[in-house]
Design a binder for this molecule. Sequence first.
Ligand code: GLU
Length: 451
Amino acid sequence: MESNHTSSVVTRFAPSPTGVLHVGSARTALFNFLYARKHGGKFILRIEDTDKERSTTEYESNILEGLRWLGFTHDEFARQSERGAIYKKQLEALIASGAAYVSAEEGGEGKRTEVIRFKNPGKLVTFRDEVRGDISVDTTELGDFVIAKDLDTPLYNFAVVVDDADMGVTHVIRGDDGIANTPRQVLIGEALGAPRPIYAHLPLILAPDRSKLSKRHGAVALTEYRDLGYFPDAIVNFLALLGWNPGDEREIFSIDELTELFDLSKIQKGGAIFNTEKLNWINRQYLQKLSPGVLFEDVFAIIPPRLKLMPQWNEERLRSMLPIMIERAHTLHEIKVACDNGEYDYFFALPGYVAESLLWKDERDHAKTAMRLETVADALERLTPNEFTAPGVKGAIWGFAEKEGRGAVLWPLRYALSGKERSPDPFIIAGVIGKSETLERIAHAVRALTT
Ligand code: GLU
């Protein structure tokens, strides 16, 4: 019975555990995952650990951990190191048919070794690439290339082709460094009588200056992004846009939307630019999308216990600080760091400062500054606690600030409330800490200026 085309899509992600799961390989995994999901097909994870010297279980764990974190669940799993018998059988078959042969080599220092070479028919190979179109390569120059060191030690190109055929892979979606290997793989596939998969080679990921992407352009291991507090769905969103877009202006996509929209035909040929600012922007969109309840729980879980022991600690105040926190952060982790650094302490305790800091620019007159603060206090005194919101506070004192000079009024007020050179504007702080606390802090500043 013919299986119907859409349910027969089989993709695979085939990392070599010779390094961590980095941005480029994670994007390859995503595109394979999306394509299989879109077509109701199968997504295979295949660990290509034939290079025993460079492969490590630590790297394999890192790759699995990164994939799990991103949510790319696989339908099948294989490890090449456990498939030796399959490769051996196919090597023997090729040798028996004359498509491969054992050749004696000069092993250096007069030693003789043997390898298994593929008998290259030396012809023009044309394969279809979904991203680049038809690619033709004359394989004559490749000569009779080596496909295995011996029957138990196949090389990469051979193992890949045997596996793709054995696992029924229909679409080979991988980085464009795979293009160079494809002609060899096509020849091997033909010799094995394997159906040829459809190829899609993804554009290289470049740094913003179009140089090769490296560590200095940001963390590269996916697990590092996890540890820096990025959301996995934001990372997935970001990875999807590395070389693909749905053809319009949209930039924020859930994994379900991506699954629906994803298409090999919309993958771009030119290099994809990796831009940390864009990643941060995307992550912030996800941060801002969290419901206030979830955001509160998340922030509550990461703030230092110290904050909860401060004199004016209360949960409601933390709740009303959340908009301030997410305006200044791209990730939950940045919020945590800000809290750890004491950046928000003044919301929970009277800030400490020297009286001089309350003076605006060239103003040297303590008494005058104190009087301005008293005028502000009088105006705020008249607001009911309900009216004591950021806009309410602003409305009550804006006229006076305009008349007197904004800096002359708002700087001392802001400093009295925060004790900091930089902070949100005084209306916002006042709105969060409330009427009595605001008046108390102003009174404290007035005392500092006049005693
Ligand atoms: N194992 C290869 C690599 O990590 C990928 C092979 C393939 O996708 O065909 O570069």
